[in-house]
Design a protein. Sequence first.
Length: 576
Amino acid sequence: MAGQPVVVSQSFLDSMSHSLAQLQNRQYQLELAVQQVRTEQEQSRSLMNDLHQRFTAFMEEDRLAKNVQLAQSRLNTIRQELRTDFGHYAQVRRHATGILQGMDVGLIPHDTIRQATEELMLATPRYWLTPALVSLAAWIRDDRSLAERALKEAQRRDNDKSSLFFALVLRRAQRNQAAVRWLRLYLARQDAGRLGQEFSVLLDAVAIGGFGHAAKELILKHADEWYRRLVTEPTTVDAQVARWRDWADSYRRQVPSGIEVLPAVSPTWPQLRAAYEQASVFEPAEAALRAVYERPQEETRSLIDRMDDLLARLVSSFDAEEAPLRKREAEMLAVIDSGGDKVAARKHDESMEAVFDRQIDFLDLLTNAAVARKGTRVSAATQRLAVALCRDWIDQAAGQLEAKGIAAAPARVDLEIGTWKYTITEGTAEKVVVANLNDHLDSRERYELNAVGSDLPTRVGRIAAAVCAAGALAAGIAGLIPITVLLLLAGGGAIAWAEYDRIDKRRRREVVRARIQRDKAEQTQRLRTALAELVDLIRLTDAARAGATDLHAFLQGLRPETHLERPPDTARGVIT
């Protein structure tokens, strides 16, 4: 009827309000579902990262195991090749000691010795030891002509080893003057910069007191001259320092387990890890050197026993023909000893490269004897003497590694967690760092809350609804029914939109606050853990680097002269 206001039914408004509530509830449920999907996605990513780490570790273990298996297979092949190509050399070497011991007891007829040495001569036509044994057998039965001819042949094949062999044999028989003449002949031919591997036998003889006084003084005189001359050459000394630096560096240890968060949140982690690994070499290097002096001392033995050992070392040292196979054998052993780690094995090979050089300088020979890795035969006395002589080079190498580690240590540590970045320096308090992270998260919370929007649209919607209601009342009084209906519908829509906007923004803000609070708890805990790990790592690095001081003190206490044994035939100051 005209002139009467149109009233929107309460059921219509209730239905609209219910529909809006359902829509808001569904939107809220959708937001919860999205948040659940995000949480599950993060969990899946974490599981995938853990699976990837496990798979990578498995692949690494499998790779190392295959490297070891392959090295063992190749080692067996190499050793079989050594037995096939050079196995007859071992037979000759065994006969050398057997002939000497046969001389001692007089149980073997001269004809038997002669026949055995001649058969060996036929079986090993290029080997220097066989004519030396023929000469020795002829000397035993006093056949001067044959002894001299065989001796010349032995010297033609390898003059140095032959001369040293007869010097040792004569010293064994306590014919000291003749032994000195052979030694003088041998030493006169030596170049301090190009010594043969057999010279290490002489070094061993001096260390264990294998020679009499005259021979010992002769050897020490030459060795002292060579040492003094070579240490004046900077490049030669630098080469030895570099070898010891590589040797010490091979004792690097990985960062202890338990430091897991810091690598993930610090871009500076590679430098922190390198600083620890660089500092970790000193303690195990010192332990390795101390072990040299803790090796059990050989029991005091007779002259014959000592010289038999030296002769065995001389004749069992591999010749030039064997060197390539021996080097490959050492390479395979290094791979096996390193658990399949070819990088560590390669470092070992590089530090031991000079061991397989056929001619080396006197300083290299000392280092070889001091290192005495697997594959070398060095007495405890010789190794102790060599380490004492090399102490200055080891000390320089340790000093270089220490300086390198200090220079490489980062002065600042960068941290990144999510969008937060911070740089800490020495003395930065943990509470300052944590407060900075919390301030960053508070700032991010304010930014995201502002991004949700202000309450102005809600207030505008309410004002619009009030205006529409007032207009509808005026239109109803005026009898303008269509306008009244339209204004009431517009007002209802405005109030519904305003209410929806209010509830939506309130819930979105609740989601933002809950997420920021969760991030704050998780990231703060993550930061505190990383800082604790950083403190532990710095403490471990400093403690490891302090080992350089202990190593320096240990080296300074070594004295070469205290590691020279007296000859077994020296008594009451009378030296034969």
